[in-house]
Design a protein around this ligand. Structure first.
Ligand code: SF4
Ligand code: SF4
Ligand code: FES
Length: 225
């Protein structure tokens, strides 16, 4: 079986931007990351993409596959090969392309720093009751893969913080150790335009870790009333 890919290639420095076709022999258990690596090894060493853990943990390999953001290291090639149609591979939408499938995520890192994307402890007591820990678990599972942020239609609005940021804010608002709750509400509701969420659930559908940002956003809305 042959996997046929059409990959968006872009080099902002030279101004090149086109779709290039590749054909890769299918291997058992092949993921899209393996397919990209085979291209780089045997067909075109200039193909640029990000990856690190190869295990769905680091969140660096997210690409668009036929219009949906997916972790390249987790997405199996087989169902696509069986359809016998060319698969379109593109970089994350809404982010500046550095080269080919690698995008610039500086903007989101800056935003995470602005909202203090870490627990700011107000006391020495670091224990979390187990029922609350379970509640926090799904929000804390976020691997910063950017899939939700890239797929959210409202992120096009400049001052809308986006599902990734709201999921983080929710995680810290629920954490009893965090002392910045008031400021986090301001960040979510006023600065982040929480109420501009369309509740379309697109972010829930594309999240590979079942963080369910849209569900957390609805909980944030209840808290902020
Ligand atoms: S539910 Fe809200 S945050 Fe999620 S994709 Fe839709 S508009 Fe964006
Ligand atoms: S909430 Fe889900 S989709 Fe969004 S960045 Fe985190 S892991 Fe990725
Ligand atoms: S390489 Fe780490 S999530 Fe895919």
């Amino acid at each position: 079986m042959i996997l046929r890919l059409s990959i968006r290639r872009e080099d902002p420095e030279s101004g090149i931007c086109n779709y290039q076709d590749f054909e890769i022999p299918y291997e058992d258990g092949m993921t899209f990351l393996t397919a990209l690596q085979r291209i780089k090894e045997y067909q075109d060493e200039t193909l640029t993409f990000r990856h690190f853990c190869r295990a769905g943990i680091c969140g660096t390999c997210t690409i668009y596959i036929n219009g949906f953001p997916k972790l390249a290291c987790k997405e199996q090639v087989l169902p696509y090969v069986l359809l016998e149609k060319r698969v379109v591979i593109e970089p994350l939408k809404g982010f500046k392309v550095i080269k080919d499938l690698a995008v610039d995520n500086d903007k989101i890192i800056k935003k995470l720093k602005e909202i203090h994307g870490w627990v700011r402890t107000g006391s020495d007591d670091c224990r979390i009751p187990s029922d609350l820990s379970r509640k926090l678990e799904s929000a804390a599972d976020c691997i910063l893969c950017l899939a939700c942020q890239s797929y959210c239609p409202q992120v096009l609005e400049e001052n809308y913080a986006g599902p990734l940021i709201f999921a983080k804010l929710y995680r810290f608002l629920e954490d009893p150790r965090d002392k910045d709750k008031e400021e986090r509400f301001v960040q979510a509701v006023e600065k982040g335009n929480l109420y501009h969420c369309l509740s379309c659930n697109k972010c829930n559908h594309v999240c590979p870790k079942e963080v369910e940002p849209a569900t957390l956003i609805r909980r944030l809305m209840v808290y902020s009333r």
